[in-house]
Design a protein around this ligand. Structure first.
Ligand code: ZN
Length: 247
């Protein structure tokens, strides 16, 4: 556990990043629309480009989450992840990733492909389009990966075992059937998980599961509670973010 907060630029994180593999957790890469509640989840395309260029210039290489499961000494390695499958990531992140030779993973909400961020809208958030099936194919064709972010983006620890299992295992099968590739990586919606949920994820046959627990990853990290480092636009609504993710 590190006292460092959310990621904006490499400098404060250099020492931490030498101790294990960091996974950056992004959500939206776009200019922020007006009326947004969780402002910090929007990273501007300009800032994203700067962050990717900076990692590249510092000699970082990107790795996939399957490589974390096998450990590694973590030096100059980074994984890049995006939660929710927003269309703006396809539009604004692919070019800066390509230019720096980085590969990334998007966690897809399987029942909302081509739809909107319904789980956010219920909380009063502005609508954000999610990638369609063909847009996800574009993302894959650009050399990137996808993982499952459940069926509907619910808080899994609040569901019955039966419903949680459905969210975890049916989303895997649905994505595999749709795209014809193995789906090996799960990401807990809201970073909400416990031992019971973790067991359902292993039972479903995933190789890793990502949390929003802060920190880097080493060979000793449990592959079903992988640490990530939130990237966010500087904002004063830290309290809102904490309530959302850690309550
Ligand atoms: Zn999410």
């Amino acid at each position: 556990m590190s006292a460092l907060g959310n990621y904006h630029s490499l400098e404060p994180f250099r020492d931490l990043f030498k101790t294990g593999i960091p996974i950056l957790a992004y959500h939206k890469v776009d200019r922020r629309p007006s009326g947004v509640r969780l402002k910090g989840l929007y990273v501007s395309p300009k800032r994203f480009t700067t962050q990717m260029d900076e990692l590249h210039d510092a000699g970082f290489f990107s790795v996939g989450l399957h490589e974390l499961a096998y450990g590694g000494d973590g030096r100059n390695l980074v994984a890049i992840s995006f939660d929710d499958g927003c269309r703006n990531v396809l539009r604004n992140a692919v070019e800066p990733l390509r230019r720096n030779g980085f590969r990334a993973i998007q966690f897809i909400v399987a029942d909302l492909i081509g739809g909107l961020n319904e789980w956010d809208i219920r909380d009063g958030e502005v609508p954000e389009p999610l990638m369609t099936e063909s847009e996800i194919r574009e993302w894959l064709a650009a050399g990137h990966e996808i993982g499952s972010h459940s069926l509907r983006h619910l808080r899994l620890t609040r569901l019955s075992v039966r419903d949680a299992r459905e969210e975890i295992s049916t989303s895997k099968k649905k994505l595999e059937d749709m795209f014809g590739i193995p789906i090996n990586h799960f990401c807990y919606p809201y970073g909400d998980w416990n031992e019971g949920i973790r067991n359902l994820v292993t039972e479903a046959g995933y190789v890793t599961a990502s949390t929003l627990n802060h920190g880097v990853n080493t060979a000793a990290t449990d592959p079903y509670s992988i640490h990530r480092i939130m990237v966010r636009h500087p904002t004063r609504s830290l309290k809102a973010l904490k309530e959302r993710f850690f309550s």
